[in-house]
Design a protein around this ligand. Structure first.
Ligand code: ATP
Length: 267
């Protein structure tokens, strides 16, 4: 197996720029500083994976990018402009538990955002069919979400987000609730989709191996308050052939990198 040299990702443009971002939650009972001094550049087409101990602020950071939370300090720029304080289609979110509408079939779920934006029916159908094919659900387009497995529901959620053509896809532990085999298939699937669409993905995970198999830019946060303690650039995801992710888990470089990250997270 070829060893994978880690290198700086050479990408031209920055999609998201995070400058000195902090967030403090204030409840009746306590004040919790979840994030402190986060500085980050997310390059166009990169696959960013965020790791860190439980409660370190990973979801909080994603929610700021999505427009669900406002940073209490600093600024976030999308394409060099301050991000909208409200969620919009330019930042598509895939959650751990999929949020499909149970009363709509899969193609109507995938086409929902397009319909809201009044995309004409013919164009809408073409876009929906394209993304259903990409996630391998063409045969299930008339099914309701309760007729699909967990992995299929996640694929439908991914297709729905992609149909809106976002600038960035935000994924909060999207495979965390899946069994090991399905999770591995989904990792192969999302890597393939990322390569085909060239989308920028911001992906939160607890799983160090998952981050190494998917991430071109891996970010490790410290325990609360979350600060960036390590950034790693990798070209491994470009090299992994479809369905071959598993082979890399025992590669000496991979194991070394995994142990380094685990020791940072647990220190
Ligand atoms: N709405 C809220 N109000 C008050 N505190 C909150 C709120 N949401 C999160 N927190 C606190 O902020 C900190 C960061 O939470 P966050 O969910 O972002 O962490 P995380 O890294 O995603 O955690 P996990 O890996 O366990 O999902 C935690 O201590 C959490 O208890």
């Amino acid at each position: 197996m070829t060893s994978h040299a880690l290198r700086e990702t050479k990408s031209e443009s920055t999609v998201i720029q995070i400058n000195n971002v902090g967030l403090t939650y204030q409840t009746d009972k306590q004040v919790v500083t979840a994030l402190q001094n986060i500085n980050l550049q997310i390059k166009e087409g990169s696959f960013v994976c965020v790791l860190g101990p439980s409660g370190c602020g990973k979801t909080t950071l994603l929610r700021i990018l999505a427009g669900f939370h406002q940073a209490t300090s600093g600024e976030v720029l999308l394409d060099n402009k301050p991000i909208s304080p409200k969620p919009d289609r330019h930042r598509g979110v895939v959650f751990q538990q999929q949020m499909l509408y149970p009363w709509l079939n899969i193609e109507d779920n995938v086409g929902f955002g397009l319909k809201m934006r009044k995309v004409p029916p013919k164009e809408r159908q073409e876009i929906v069919d394209h993304y259903l094919e990409m996630v391998g659900l063409s045969q299930f387009k008339k099914a309701k979400s309760y007729e699909l497995s967990g992995g299929m529901k996640q694929r439908a959620s991914i297709a729905r987000v992609l149909a809106n053509d976002p600038r960035i896809v935000l994924m909060d532990e999207p495979f965390g609730a899946l069994d090991a085999m399905t999770k591995e298939q989904m990792q192969d699937n999302i890597r393939k989709i990322w390569k085909e669409t060239h989308k920028t993905i911001f992906f939160i995970t607890h799983d160090v191996e998952e981050a190494l198999l998917l991430g071109t830019h891996i970010i490790v946060l410290s325990s609360r308050p979350g600060r960036i303690v390590k950034e790693i650039y990798s070209d491994l995801p470009y090299k992994i052939e479809e369905g071959k992710g598993r082979m890399y888990r025992s590669d000496p470089d991979f194991v070394k990198r995994r142990e380094e990250i685990i020791s940072i997270i647990s220190s």
